[in-house]
Design a protein. Structure first.
Ligand SMILES: Cc1cc2nc3c(=O)[nH]c(=O)nc-3n(C[C@H](O)[C@H](O)[C@H](O)COP(=O)(O)OP(=O)(O)OC[C@H]3O[C@@H](n4cnc5c(N)ncnc54)[C@H](O)[C@@H]3O)c2cc1C
Ligand code: SF4
Ligand code: SF4
Length: 1020
């Protein structure tokens, strides 16, 4: 069995801590095992259960929390995005999360070029606010969308452009911080310092002077060295001086201290002008060694970045639909063999012309080194931006490997002088081979810091191999006079190597610094000073004792239930991975905590986090909670149903099943499918509510309601009489604030001339431009005009249309059970956790469609959530090959028409639009990359000038937005960007394919959005 997370000897009165925090602060306090478990990990291989989690609302809250913690002897661990790779953000401590409230800009001085911020502000958010002033904070870490300034300073983070701008330590001007005694000290220019900061500065100065020969002998002379404390502020050893004028800045002592010396209250940062122009030269190499050897020559041209991407990563990107097109823009010849490596060489400045000359110089340089014609010139800004995104996603692309063996970060940022880079990488590659593994190389060639992670299985022999590889890597670093810890910090992973790097005297001095700052070891104990062994399995997230509880999931997760070969990365056959949860646990464990889901920029993931900023309403928080439940690490009351427990309900409650994580999470964590598993288990435990039944069986009873005279009108009264709506809210939990879809007496089925029309065999269709049009319940019963419009468009373009309807035999069988006569995708059952019913109904549809799919007949749908159930969930329901064939043919109307148009087969002529078109993509449409076809198609309408609304989820998400307990969150999601964008464009057509999206738009803006089929039909 797994060790219970809180089995460590904690001589702490957790209850008293929580009580005092609740009484004496305004912050949020969490002590339950699931909440603490969500803060037990960062992006490393480690895990430690916090004593409690605190989310402060104000600076006073933090001051009070520090005082309470000190009085009770509870260690404190400040936390930003929790994206550290070395375990520095894990600890048995009071974890304080700065990211929800403590994230303001305090002062911006344009004249002096600095900004002062609270530590929880995210780098990208800061830079967005600076852009209007032509400035930026240039420490551009790959995790810029998640990393906080506090965390970046804590780790002394470094960006891709550190060759031009330096690391955090070169760009922090001052830090105000709480000391362990609760006092706030101002750390800045040493010469002007006073009070506690000066006293501490004097102490360190004395140590540094005593140890000057040791510092000179042991501090590596490279830009990238982040180990230990920056004792060298008084005797600078870095290639790039910490300050431009040679002065000593005491805040640099805190940079890289990993929360062990003081708690940052505010940070003053040096800003840089945003370069007006950038150009990129991508050098293609047939030899990896040559690429590494070239870096030392390329840097002499004065680039702002030289970044490596190796062949494995290029191939991984080429196999990923989101990255393929972009990565191929970097290749000299995409149809030839993939190069062994590419170097992205960036030049930036105020004028474009000199930069273009630099590109020419790069080409000449490469020709001089025997590589003429090896450079792809990329002056285009948008191409550059896309390529940088792929480079930044590099690690995440690698981490998508399925199976227990994972690329492990522990020697991945050793820094060596450039002239030794080629020999170092060659020697380390040989070390990997010796231990039956392989490394994928990428990142900062300009500064000799290449990222590389051998694939290790920490549940088996990973710890032993990790030790062996680390020993050999360290010998190489020493041989080449490099730094063992060059970017990601020390944490639990590199702490033991600090004494190796600096020797005993400096190590002792670092301990004295810690003692001077924090005599009672309050701040993040066990990091930098007195660290554990890196391979102490009791700190691992997946120790050899890790066990998953056996369970039978409702869906088929066998594709995740595999193991991999660390050298070839080939995976075994589905179902052979040995997961007692039949692949579900391994799918959940794909989350490596990189925090990419904590984003607010374009795209969708994760709508509930965007609104709440709560870790529990984040894909990562959900995956962690699931992992802990499936491995029996939570205090769950009903142990027979960990998956359906209240702890999982709490995290799944606001998941809108938007499927954004399926596409945008770099490792493909598919929380929407996991929510189906949860619902299935949960509803088995607690039973179905009246509302569940009303939603689930809608496709069954819709035909009955519409066929009884006057019944639709009677039911629609609910939308006009508030007391009725209130009564329904009280009885069923459907919000009275919402209007409900309007029932109709005449539906699509009664309106099409005869039920025998639109009935063709696959053979008939394959001879006559045939397509299948799936009439889903929502469009058939509530908005039949959409189906009519789609028919008009398809008929006008000369397609013969088959509409799936059940045969008489099927109808007769169903009438016995009072079922409707139309096929259904089963979506409403899935939303209510009735997986068996969903399988039953979806199987009928798949059976009907399979012969059409086998004849390559396109299967078209209008409602994205229904169509993508056919394309996605149908694949994990055990339907076999038929489901795959149907999935391959399933597409939205616009996907089909856009493809036909591209192939020159679409015979349609549209009239000019009288007003422009704004398009909102349904989440599932975005998840399957089906938004661009809609825009391409709309462009065929003259003067439509279609524009995409940059929006996340509309917040309606099927029945979510109708539910009384979710109405406020639903509205907030809509107000995040969708509704404001629509209000700003009163004279546009609003096009939205999702029924519930249109409903949300109507409720929130009183604007009538239409399905794309209607816009197309209206302009014929
Ligand atoms: C995919 C991936 C790519 C990465 N790329 C890079 C990269 O390009 N360059 C790079 O340098 N790193 C990189 N990292 C590592 C990590 O993202 C960075 O170190 C980042 O700056 C950490 O920020 P955070 O907000 O997540 O900090 P956290 O992990 O939350 O915290 C980091 C440290 O700072 C301390 N801390 C946080 N707030 C405070 C405070 N208020 N007072 C005192 N101490 C505090 C914490 O205790 C902890 O020790 C990468 C990580 C991943 C997963
Ligand atoms: S859910 Fe995906 S994006 Fe979020 S932390 Fe986990 S792996 Fe990263
Ligand atoms: S499905 Fe959507 S709401 Fe749910 S975790 Fe994924 S991104 Fe978040």
């Amino acid at each position: 069995m797994n060790k219970p997370l809180d089995a460590r000897e904690i001589l702490i009165d957790q209850a008293l801590l929580a009580k005092r925090l609740r009484q004496e602060t305004s912050g949020e306090v969490m002590t339950d095992s699931a909440s603490r478990g969500r803060y037990a990990t960062d992006a490393s291989i480690y895990q430690a259960m916090p004593v409690a989690v605190f989310v402060p609302k104000t600076a006073q809250d933090i001051a009070a929390a520090l005082q309470i913690a000190a009085e009770l002897g509870v260690p404190v661990l400040p936390r930003g995005g929790g994206t550290s790779q070395c375990g520095q953000t894990t600890g048995t401590a009071l974890v304080i999360d700065n990211t929800k409230y403590f994230r303001n800009v305090l002062d911006l001085n344009l004249e002096k070029g600095y900004v002062e911020v609270e530590p929880g502000i995210v780098l990208d958010h800061l830079n967005l606010s600076l852009k209007q002033h032509g400035l930026w904070y240039p420490v551009d870490v790959s995790t810029a969308a998640q990393a906080t300034i506090g965390g970046m300073a804590g780790n002394n983070s470094c960006g891709s452009r550190s060759i031009a701008y330096g690391n955090m330590v070169h760009n922090v001007l001052g830090i105000d911080a709480w000391l362990a005694n609760g006092q706030v000290a101002q750390f800045g220019n040493y010469a002007n310092s006073s009070g506690a900061a000066k006293e501490l500065g004097d102490f360190v100065k004395h140590l540094a002077h005593t140890l000057q020969p040791e510092i000179e002998a042991h501090f590596p002379k490279v830009l990238r060295r982040v180990a230990g404390y920056n004792l060298d502020i008084f005797h600078p050893q870095s290639e790039l001086p910490y300050t431009q004028d040679g002065s000593v800045n005491l805040s640099h002592l805190l940079v890289g201290s990993e929360g062990t010396l003081a708690y940052f209250k505010s940070l003053k940062l040096k800003l840089a002008p945003l370069p007006k122009h950038k150009v990129l030269g991508v050098v293609n190499f047939a030899s990896f060694y040559k690429a590494m050897d070239s870096a030392q020559h390329i840097v002499k041209l004065g680039p702002t970045a030289v970044e490596l991407v190796d062949r494995t990563m290029i191939d991984l990107a080429r196999n990923n639909p989101s990255f393929k097109k972009t990565i191929e823009t970097a290749l000299i010849n995409p149809s030839a063999q993939t190069p062994e490596a590419i170097l992205l060489v960036e030049f930036s400045g105020e004028e474009q012309a000199p930069l273009l000359k630099k590109l020419t110089a790069l080409q000449e340089l490469m020709a001089d080194h025997g590589l003429p014609g090896s450079v792809v010139s990329m002056p285009d800004a948008s191409l550059q931006k896309n390529l940088w995104e792929v480079r930044k996603a590099g690690l995440n692309i690698m981490m998508s490997l399925k199976g227990d063996g994972k690329p492990v970060s522990f020697i991945e940022d050793c820094a060596v002088p450039l002239e030794s880079l080629a020999d170092y990488t060659q020697a380390l590659t040989d070390v990997f081979a010796k231990y039956g593994s392989r490394g994928t190389w990428y990142a900062h060639a300009s500064v000799g810091t290449l990222h590389v992670r051998p694939i290790l299985d920490m549940r088996r022999d990973g710890a032993q191999k990790m030790r062996a590889v680390a020993e050999e890597a360290s010998a190489l670093v020493r041989k080449y006079k490099g730094a063992y810890s060059g970017e990601h910090g020390d944490g639990l992973c590199r702490g033991e190597w600090i004494s190796w790097q600096f020797g005993p005297k400096i190590t002792q001095a670092l301990a004295e610094i810690k003692h001077a700052f924090d005599p009672k070891d309050l701040f993040n104990p066990g990091k930098i000073i007195d660290p554990p062994k890196m391979d102490d399995v009791s700190n691992f997230r997946f120790p050899p004792s890790y066990k998953v509880i056996p369970l039978q999931p409702a869906l088929d997760w066998s594709a995740w239930n595999v193991q991999n070969n660390p050298v070839t990365e080939e995976t075994t056959a589905p179902g052979t991975g040995g997961d007692p949860a039949k692949g579900l646990a391994k799918a959940v464990e794909m989350c490596n905590n990189n925090g990419h889901c904590r984003k607010f920029d374009a795209e969708v993931m994760c709508p509930s986090y965007r609104v709440t900023r709560d870790e529990k309403h984040l894909t990562r928080g959900r995956a962690n909670t699931l992992r802990l439940a499936l491995s029996n690490q939570l205090d769950i009351q009903d142990e027979s149903s960990p998956l359906g427990s209240d702890a999982i309900k709490e995290v799944m409650d606001l998941c809108v099943s938007c499927k954004a994580c399926r596409r945008e999470c770099p490792t493909g964590v598919d929380m929407a499918k996991m929510k189906i598993e949860f619902l299935s288990a949960y509803k088995k435990r607690v039973g179905h509510s009246l509302r569940d039944l009303a939603v689930a069986y809608l496709p069954k009873y819709a035909s009955t309601i519409s066929s009884i005279p006057l019944l639709p009108a009677i039911l629609n009264l609910r939308n006009h009489f508030k007391p009725l709506a209130k009564l329904q809210e009280w009885m069923m939990g459907i919000s009275a604030q919402r209007s409900l879809p309007v029932w109709k007496g005449r539906t699509f089925w009664s309106n099409i001339q005869s039920k025998t029309s639109y009935q063709y065999s696959p053979e008939e269709l394959s001879q006559h431009k045939g397509v299948v049009l799936f009439a889903d319940t929502f469009n058939a019963y509530f908005e039949d005009e959409n189906l009519q419009a789609a028919l008009k468009v398809l008929n006008s373009a000369g397609y013969r249309v088959h509409i799936p309807q059940k045969s008489r035999h099927q109808q007769n069988q169903q009438e016995k059970s009072a079922c409707s006569k139309e096929f259904c995708c089963g979506r409403t059952y899935l939303a209510a956790g009735m997986v068996d019913k969903a399988k039953e109904t979806l199987r009928e549809l798949v059976d009907h469609l399979a012969p059409y799919a086998q004849n390559n007949i396109p299967i078209i749908g209008l409602e994205p959530s229904c169509l993508f159930t056919l394309k996605d969930e149908a694949l994990v329901m055990g339907f076999g090959e038929r489901a795959i064939e149907v999935s391959q043919q399933a597409q939205l109307l616009e996907e089909f028409l856009a493809r036909e148009a591209k192939a020159g087969r679409l015979d349609l002529h549209f009239q000019a639009a009288s007003k422009p078109v704004l398009f909102h993509g349904h989440c599932h449409q975005k998840s399957f990359g089906a938004v661009s076809p809609a825009l391409e198609l709309l462009k065929l309408i003259p003067q439509a000038n279609p524009q995409l609304i940059e929006s996340s989820c509309c917040g309606m998400a099927g029945s979510f937005g109708y539910e009384a307990e979710h109405i406020e969150v639903s509205k907030q999601m809509a107000e995040a960007s969708l509704l404001p964008s629509i209000r700003k464009a009163p004279d546009s057509w609003i096009v939205a394919d999702g029924t519930s999206c249109r409903h949300q738009i109507a409720d929130g803006t009183q604007k009538h959005a239409v399905h794309i089929a209607r816009i197309l039909a209206a302009h014929l």
